[in-house]
Every structure is written in structure tokens, then in C-alpha cells.
Design a protein around this ligand. Structure first.
Ligand code: AMP
Length: 408
């Protein structure tokens, strides 16, 4: 039996198929540029080959149909004899509002509740919903599970999730901190506990997810108690192209003073800011680090602002939990950049944080303990794997055991 994990985004549908018996991913791929010129299907087959075929992928429905066809022999590199071998489907779901505190089997009621969350995530929930609807249509009778990015953060206390806005507005418009990257955090916390051979219930952990999107979470005794992303994924840390925290007065100044439209401000803060806006060169930390070392002042500033903001949040979350014993780095930057990890941890010795420089330099995309000798805080690098977490939740919520007669 196999579990299919689907991440249905605005212009792409990514998938990964797991063999439940071995626990390993056997194939993955993406239908990309859906509805655009140059759409294609890319498949990493079981034979180790990667095949990219340019073809019209006009809708998410068509994307799912092409993906399912590519999973079944005689399609080249296909692992399945028939779709009846798919025991369950797990879907990435970005926003579950405050309705979902954990992963759930998808029913009509779940779809309706996710639709109510569309105004909270207008770019993400509609394509997520399209993927769910199409997978239910194409694989009838196969259990489908929604795994929410927001669910992990529902354990935050009111003082952490409440904005100091008038009550009526908060209640009527659901204005509160939700937090994102929750699926990644659950996976990473689990791995960190395993690496330390300690139960999460004993730990006060800060996890830094530093990728193109960046966020941080404080996890006290296994429960999220604060996180840096808020009502939207714009708040908090400096990101690739997103500003993170800014004075809301700047938004007023841009709209009222400079007559910018909401769409223009949206673009400025989401697409032109962050590392890209600071460096005026790139949103890629590899480029920024290299150029900063070569003396580029903008890149140096980008690196300084990025790591200073992250360091401030580590301090804030240590205060929120009354201490810290584990600091974890994940995400494309967190997993790979020794420079960023070093700069974030600088001046945190007062919290018991110190790095082993050799271990830090050699930790690149692998699980590693990079704590300095004698440091009271264990500093870990943990590569994240959201798809595996989605597959694990999906299996836990139940797969169909015996394919019914007449199943696809
Ligand atoms: P993610 O969104 O988690 O896939 O992270 C993507 C980002 O990770 C890229 O935009 C790069 O900035 C960053 N990244 C990937 N590899 C490295 C590396 N070796 N050093 C520094 N940054 C990296």
C-alpha cells in the first residue's frame, strides 16, 4: 500500500508517493505553470530517471489526472500496478483558522470550514481546496487527510496570539496570530527529541525555520507557545522577499502620504523587501553571503539585519518560556548556512548558547549537533521534511486496507 502526498499551490501541484511498508518515498514530481504558457510535468521515477514533458496543463483537475496516470505502469518509472494500491491521500492545507488543532480526514464539512478560511489565505486555500476536490473525485473511497500549517500553533496562549486591537474587530474579522510552517515544526521537533533521546515534554525549544519564508517558534514541553508569523506569513523575521516586522505606520504613510494602492504596497512588502530589498542584489542567501564576504555593503547589511532580527526573537522566546535548552535550525538557510547560524548565535552566550565551529562548518543539509563543549543549550541542525510529516499523519488517521472491487 502507498500514501500519496499532494501539495496543491496556485500554479503547481507537487506530489510524493510513499511506500507504507518501507516508509520510503518511491517517486515524486510536479505539474508546474498550470494555466500558463510553458506548463510541464516533471517526474522523478522509480528507475532514478527524471522526465520533464512540456504539455498543456490547463487546470488543477488536469494536473491531478496527469499525475495519477504517471504513477501507474506502463508509464515509465511508474511504481504502481493500479491506483487501487493508493491507500490514502494526504494534502498540505495552509490555513485552518482556529477550527483545526490537528490533521483531519477530509469530509464535506472540512471542505466547507476551509472555504470559510479563504479570506484569511486567499492565495493558498483556493488551490489547496482544488487539489482536495479533484483527488476525492478521481480516487473515490480513498481516505483523504488535510494537514494544516496553522494547526501546531493553536496551542498558543491568548497573550501570545492576541493583537492589541479593538475586541469587536478581532472577533468579527478573526484578527489574531495564527502562525505557519506548523507541519515542518512538528517534524523537526520530533527529530530533535529523537536526536537528544529526550521526550519533548522535558524540553524548552526554539526552532528557527529559515528558508525563502522564515519563521520561529517557541515550543515549551512539546506545545507551541509563541511564533513569529502572525495573521499572515508576512510578520516576524526578515525573509527572502518579505519584510517581516515593520511599523504599521509605514503602510499608512505609503497609502495616505504617497498614494500607493493596496496592491502596490502588497507587492512592495511581499515581493520587493526582505533580503532582496536590503541587498538590492538577490533574495538568495548564498549570493548574499558570498557578496558580503567580498565587501558588498548592501549584502553585508542584509546579513546583519537578517541575523540580528533572528537573534532578537531567540532572546524573546527564551524569555517567553522562562529559559531555553534546545535551539534548532531548519529550512534551506538554517540547514545549509554555517555563516547565518554563527551570526544568529553570536552574543547569545548569556543564554548558554555556544557553537562548536568545526561542527557548525561541516553541518550542511544533514542532522547534526553543533553545540559547543560545555554549553547548556543544545544547538541542532535538522533538515525538515513536511511531506513525510503529512504522510505520517495520513497513515495515522487510517488507510483503506483492502481495495474494494471496482476501485480505480
Ligand atoms: P527553502 O525555502 O527552505 O527551500 O529555502 C530556500 C533558500 O535557502 C534559498 O533561497 C537560499 O537562500 C537558501 N539556501 C539554500 N542553500 C543554501 C546554502 N548552501 N547557503 C545559504 N543559503 C542557502
Amino acid at each position: 500500500m502507498f500514501v500519496l502526498v499532494i501539495n496543491s499551490g496556485s500554479s503547481s501541484v507537487k506530489y510524493r508517493l510513499y511506500d507504507i511498508a518501507s516508509g520510503s518515498a518511491v517517486t515524486h514530481g510536479v505539474a508546474a505553470r498550470i494555466g500558463e504558457v510553458g506548463s510541464y510535468l516533471e517526474i522523478h521515477g522509480t528507475d532514478g530517471g527524471t522526465r520533464r514533458t512540456q504539455q498543456v496543463v490547463a487546470t488543477h483537475a488536469q494536473a491531478l489526472e496527469l499525475i495519477l496516470a504517471a504513477l501507474v505502469r506502463p508509464a515509465p518509472g511508474a511504481p504502481l500496478a493500479s491506483l487501487a494500491e493508493i491507500g490514502a491521500v494526504g494534502h498540505r492545507a495552509v490555513h485552518g483558522g482556529d477550527a483545526f488543532v490537528e490533521s483531519v480526514q477530509i469530509t464535506d464539512d472540512v471542505i466547507a470550514e476551509m472555504e470559510r478560511c479563504v479570506p484569511l489565505a486567499p492565495l493558498h486555500n483556493p488551490p489547496n481546496l482544488m487539489g482536495m476536490r479533484e483527488a476525492r473525485r478521481l480516487l473515490p473511497g480513498v481516505p483523504q487527510v488535510a494537514v494544516f500549517d496553522t494547526a501546531f500553533h493553536q496551542s498558543m496562549p491568548p497573550e501570545a496570539y492576541t493583537y492589541a486591537l479593538p475586541g469587536r474587530w478581532r472577533r468579527e474579522h478573526h484578527l489574531r496570530r495564527y502562525g505557519f510552517h506548523g507541519t515542518s515544526y512538528r517534524y523537526v521537533c520530533g527529530r530533535a527529541g529523537a536526536m537528544l533521546a529526550r521526550p519533548l515534554s522535558e524540553l524548552r525549544m526554539v526552532v528557527c525555520h529559515l528558508g525563502n519564508g522564515c519563521s520561529m517558534v517557541a515550543v515549551k514541553h512539546g506545545r507551541a507557545v509563541d511564533t513569529s508569523m502572525g495573521f499572515t506569513p508576512m510578520e516576524g523575521l526578515v525573509m527572502g522577499t518579505r519584510s517581516g516586522d515593520v511599523d504599521p505606520g509605514i503602510v499608512l504613510h505609503l497609502t495616505r502620504g504617497l498614494q500607493m494602492t493596496a496592491a502596490e504596497v502588497d507587492h512592495l512588502l511581499n515581493q520587493e523587501s526582505g533580503l532582496l530589498g536590503l541587498s538590492e542584489v538577490s533574495n538568495d542567501m548564498r549570493v548574499i553571503t558570498e557578496r558580503a564576504e567580498a565587501g558588498d555593503e548592501g549584502c553585508r547589511l542584509a546579513l546583519d539585519v537578517f541575523t540580528y532580527r533572528a537573534r532578537k526573537y531567540v532572546g524573546a522566546y527564551a524569555a517567553a518560556m522562562g529559559g531555553i535548552d534546545t535551539l534548532v535550525f531548519t529550512g534551506g538557510i538554517g540547514e545549509n548556512s554555517a555563516t547565518v547560524r554563527h551570526m544568529v548565535c553570536t552574543r547569545l552566550a548569556f543564554l548558554g548558547i555556544a557553537l562548536d565551529d568545526t561542527a557548525n562548518r561541516s553541518a550542511c543539509g544533514v542532522e547534526a549537533d553543533i553545540s559547543g563543549p560545555g554549553a547548556s543549550v543544545r544547538v541542532l541542525v535538522v533538515p525538515t521534511d513536511e511531506e513525510r510529516m503529512i504522510a505520517m499523519d495520513t497513515i495515522a488517521l487510517g488507510i483503506r486496507s483492502v481495495p474494494a472491487a471496482g476501485d480505480p
